[in-house]
Design a binder for this molecule. Sequence first.
Ligand code: FE2
Length: 363
Amino acid sequence: MSEDFLPIKGYDHIEFYVGNAKQAAHFYDKTFGFKPVAKLGLETGCRDRASYIMQQGKVRFVFTTAYTPDHEAARHCALHGDGVKAIALEVADVDRAVKEVKDRGATILKPPTALEDENGTLITAEIKYAGDTVFRFVQRRNYRGAFAPGYEPIEAIGSDPVGFAAIDHIVTNVGLGEMTYWAQWYERVMGFSQLTHFTDDDISTEYSALMSKVMENGSGKCKFPINEPAEGKKKSQIEEYLDYYYGPGVQHIAVNTANIYDTVTELRRRDVDFLRIPDTYYEYMKRRIGEVGEDWDRLQKLGILIDQDDDGYLLQIFTSPVQDRPTLFFEVIQRHGSRGFGLGNFKALFVSIEEEQAKRGNL
Ligand code: FE2
């Protein structure tokens, strides 16, 4: 095993560019249980954009809206709708990280930049990823403030958390024929390795299919599946995403919970929509998986999926898209040994996604 040239401490945050950050922050507070922790905007002396930092467990989201039509966040929103702009990874040394990935062919969009205030120094840099999405490196060991220089803490109680603990994985959709390019990009530029490879034999329905490769960093802390559409009789849901997002981008963010029953019960109480799972799914899975000590009736009632592999099993559920365009959605996942991504559930997932897609007249 060669040395990990890009040691990553973990996910630092995910920044979303949205049409109305104030309302997005309210939604993620009231429905998903994120607590507002810091803000930047006119009140804090920032003239071009407003940003809200929302936190739950180790999951940190940033919602940003531009004040002007020519700001990059406004242009991003006009093209893509609300979506993920930056996947931020915490590293010990941004200068070194940028040098390593630059030597291996990364496109540097923002060179290492030190931001300072009375709480210390934060260093960030950005490199190009698929479409308009970027990877951001963050070095925060010498920073003690709420989030970053310029942000002011918010004194807010926030809604009760729903049990989101950490980001499990982040999935990107790319265009036809681009998956292998990006898998090799992760290997060459980021020093990641491939964890799994699903082919369209594994993940196909009568109508559509996809191919997926899962890339993981040296420590295994960060996992990035990449999907590309495969030939189907009708439009695949990956193509639908690409059409409505106007290019590649983040398809879903999976968050871990220690108790998926409680998390999903509470999210349903707060009117979060999830993909509907056909009842036949549970009959099939009971036969396939057998007894694992889970309450099948409760899983079915809540619409939670289960999958099993050699290492154990996992429970997972997928929300509907969280904006009008059929683009970004969330996954809630609880792992019991399994390090997989619910391969056995892909088909069930696709069947139910396509039911929804048909309703929108896009199948
Ligand atoms: Fe996932």
